[in-house]
Design a protein around this ligand. Sequence first.
Ligand code: AMP
Ligand code: ZN
Length: 114
Amino acid sequence: MTECLFCKIVTGEIPAAQVMESDRTLAFRDINPQAPTHVLVIPKDHYPDFASLAGAADGLLTEVAGQAHAVAQAEGIAASGYRVVFNTGPAAGQTVFHAHAHVLGGRAMTWPPG
Ligand code: AMP
Ligand code: ZN
């Protein structure tokens, strides 16, 4: 997906503040953070949204979830609490159509989300 922003981050064509990497996943800081910690965790391969990633059925979603928790631990927010969000589809506010988990923490989170 040559026109995909996050695919370009995977290849290094667009720079990002990387915080963690595995063979199949990448974590980097959101460019417009909504909390003291706001990190995005993505599969390196292109899946347009959560639904397609969930359907991959090869453990990739579990790896993304595992890296989200590892990021929370590394950022020191695992004990206090954090939120993992997949905005999925236009009504949920998805703007980048390469599946990504938002890892948010470092402040009290409100519920319900907007
Ligand atoms: P979503 O609206 O759930 O699709 O989330 C997309 C996220 O990507 C937003 O929180 C943006 O701030 C973030 N974003 C957009 N461009 C970049 C970039 N170049 N580097 C890091 N994060 C980005
Ligand atoms: Zn992509």
